[in-house]
Structure formats: C-alpha cells, structure tokens
Write a protein that binds this ligand. Structure first.
Ligand code: 7TS
Length: 406
C-alpha cells in the first residue's frame, strides 16, 4: 500500500495554516510533533463525558476513567510488544522516565567507584540525571566516543564495558544528528557483561516500529508528544525483574497498599511508580495516537520517510557554504546543518519569515556540538506528514539566506 501524504495531512488541522503570509512548513518535529484530530477529539471526549479521578471512586465516571486509563496502558503494551502490561509505567515524558531509573535503580545499585556508561550523542536528559547520580555516589560517568559522521564507535563501546559498569544508557536515535544507533547489537554486547541497558527512545518511536522484546531492552523510555500524542505523558517500560526490585521514585497516593505512621506497604507494579493523580487525559490521548499509528503500514511509512530524508539531504547539499553536521549511514528524521558565516539563529529567523519552522541552537545536546566544533546548528526534522515540496521551499529559503549574507 502506497503512503498517501496528502490524505495524512488532512488528519492534522494545524498544518493547514499560513505563517507570516506563507503556508506553514513545519520542520520541528524532533522538538514536538503535531497531533491528528483523533487525538484531540479523544481528549475532548474524555473531559466532556468521563472526567473523574482514577483508581479511587466506586461511582460510574471514576470506573469509566479508570477503564479508559488502563486501556491506554494495554495499547502501549501492544505498541512496543511489552510482555506484561504491568511493565508499562506512565510518566511525564522521556526526561522523567530516565530520572526515575537513575534515582531508583541507580541509587540502589550504583556505588562509589562504579561506572555508568552513555554515549557522546546523548540529549541532556540522558546525561544530567546520570551526572547527578554519579556525583552523589562518587561513581564515574563514562562516554563512548562518536566518529566524524556522528556514529558511535562500537570498538570503543566494547572496551568501556567492564565489571564496574552498572548500567548503560543510550539514545535510540540522536535528536541533534539523526543517527540511528545499532541498539539491538549494543544491548546484546552489554548483556554479555551482565549489564542492563536503558534506551532513550524519544526519537525512535516516531520513526520506526519498536519491539522491546526483540531489542531485549531492559528499560525503554519515550514521550507521547513526539509521537503525535499530547505533552505531559510518556512511558517507562521496564522488565519486571528490574522494576520489582526498584524502590519507589516518589511517594504519595496510589503508590501504596497501606500506610501507617510506622510502615508503608507499596503497591504492585506499575502503580508503585505512579504516585498521585496521573495525567489521565494524556494517557487517553496517547492511546488514541497509538490507534492512529496502527492504521499505517509501517514499511510504507519508513520507505516514505527514508526517501524524504534522502531527497532533503541531496537538495540542501547544493546550497552554497552549507555543511551537514551528522552524516551517519543510518539516519532518521533529522537534518542538522550550518552555513559558513551565518549564525544558525539568523538562518532560523529568515526561514520563519517564509513560514518555515526549524529549530536552531544546541538542541539540548551541547556535547554533540562541542564534538563537531560548532556552538549550534540549524535543524530541520521531519515527520511522515512532510513533503518534498516543503523541502523545496526550505531550499529556496536557504538560497535567500545566502543572498542576505552575501
Ligand atoms: N531524549 C531525546 C533523544 C530527545 O530528543 C528529547 C527531546 C528528550 C530525550 C527529552 O524528551 P522530553 O519529552 O522529556 O522533553 N528532544 C527535543 C529536541 O530535540 N528539541 O526539543 C526537545
């Protein structure tokens, strides 16, 4: 079945508008994706007909809200092929998921002199939580280097794994460069040393089918808002053996079975990690986004996206003084670049006047910028609703940038 982008675009009301008098060209999908109508309607329907707190009331609406919330969890379970529904924990997003593992698993298992291993490609949210942990424990954060194309150097990775390494935490896809990491292979390598692996899937799930069992990931985290769902909701998937042994991250309602002033008995998974009233409408919206994604043939989507990225790569490469940052063999969704003599923010501002939304800056990945010797890049990031004609608009606007800056 061929992917029909014109039809898909009709599902996203926000795309059909003009910005500064020009048709909106939204190329900031790595920051957040747009939402299809079915997601917006699911959340509206929830507030208009069901709104109530979950897991508490015996009344009709509370039971309905609980059923909808838990149904969303089973949708996530199927979406990532998790073996058990209790392995799916609702969190605020990728950032909270990583902090949860660092604070709960990390504080319990990482001691003075131990090591935590990440790569040189990580988003700040997969760096700073581990730094906080290592600082507290007197442990060492070690970094797998990346090569000039923006790929993890696998030989170095293997050399860095040792009996002091307590956890490995890796991005699935780099938000700054678009590199797709060979995580299945890297997980298998870490497992040979008996080391668990967390995958930051924030930029993975919007572009590819993820099967946590096939990957054999011990933890996999992602955000709803980057996969066409709402903000403020995300997922921590963890294998039962790890989640069961981990202490709670936050205390409060819902995460307990019983409380006295002397002793509290914690709830079962996943509720042990869901203290307080959760983001109910967020979970429901995320479930609706998953239903929406299920309608697609992912082979066609992947082929469409790969073709679009390759077209964009070729098209921008002819722009004078433009240099791509990140040229990995395996890439998804992201085109980062600099134009010699022009600050990326100026590129962004000129493009904005043409109705084009891109991100400029360090993309919360300052170590990646340092590795490539640039303070910032301009980044166009794609979703399956983007079109080649939008790439053409981008390229035309980049010519304009060169005209302005001579
Ligand atoms: N990990 C990666 C790889 C990301 O790209 C992001 C967000 C996060 C973690 C954090 O996700 P959050 O939903 O908890 O904020 N990346 C970006 C970006 O590239 N531009 O804005 C946010």
């Amino acid at each position: 079945m061929l992917f029909d982008v014109e039809r898909v675009r009709k599902d996203f009301p926000i795309l059909n508008q003009r910005v500064h008098g020009n048709p909106l060209v939204y190329l900031d999908n790595a920051a957040t994706s747009q939402k299809p109508r079915v997601v917006l309607e699911a959340m509206k329907r929830y507030y208009e007909t069901v709104n109530s707190n979950v897991h508490r009331g015996v009344h009709y609406l509370s039971e309905q809200a609980t059923a909808d919330y838990e149904h969303a969890r089973t949708k996530v379970q199927r979406f990532i092929n998790a073996p058990h529904v209790h392995e799916v924990v609702f969190v605020r997003g990728t950032t909270e998921g990583i902090n949860l593992v660092a604070q709960s698993y990390g504080r319990k298992n990482v001691e003075k002199g131990d090591e935590v291993l990440i790569s040189g490609l990580e988003h700040h949210s997969n760096i700073v939580p581990w730094q906080i942990l290592c600082d507290e424990k007197g442990a060492r954060l070690r970094i797998v280097p990346i090569n000039d194309s923006g790929e993890i150097v696998l030989e170095e990775y293997e050399k860095l794994l040792n009996n002091k390494t307590k956890i490995v935490s890796l991005g699935h896809v780099s938000n700054a460069l678009g590199t797709v990491n060979p995580i299945k292979r890297m997980i298998a390598t870490a497992h040979r040393f008996g080391i668990p692996v967390l995958i930051d899937g924030a930029q993975g799930v919007p572009h590819m089918k993820v099967d946590v069992q096939d990957l054999n990931a011990d933890f996999y985290v992602f955000s709803g808002h980057k996969m066409f769902g709402p903000t403020g909701i995300g997922i921590l998937y963890g294998k039962t053996e790890f989640l069961d042994a981990m202490p709670p991250f936050q205390g409060g309602g819902d995460m307990i079975k019983s409380v006295t002033f002397e002793k509290t008995v914690y709830n079962d998974l996943p509720y042990k990690f869901e203290a307080g009233t959760p983001n109910i409408e967020g979970a429901i919206g995320m479930g609706a986004a998953i239903d929406y994604l299920h309608e697609f043939d992912w082979n066609s989507v992947s082929a469409y996206e790969a073709d679009l990225l390759s077209y964009a790569t070729d098209s921008v490469s002819v722009v004078k003084k433009l240099r791509l940052v990140g040229t990995a063999a395996e890439k998804a969704g992201v085109l980062s670049f600099v134009i010699d003599g022009v600050h990326p923010h100026d590129v962004g501002t000129i493009l904005d006047r043409e109705g084009i939304a891109i991100r400029t800056g360090h993309h919360c990945a300052q170590p990646v910028m340092q590795r490539f010797g640039v303070p910032a890049t301009a980044r166009a990031s794609f979703a399956f609703y983007n079109m080649k004609s939008e790439v053409d608009t981008l390229v035309k606007a980049l010519y304009k940038v060169n005209e302005v800056f001579g």
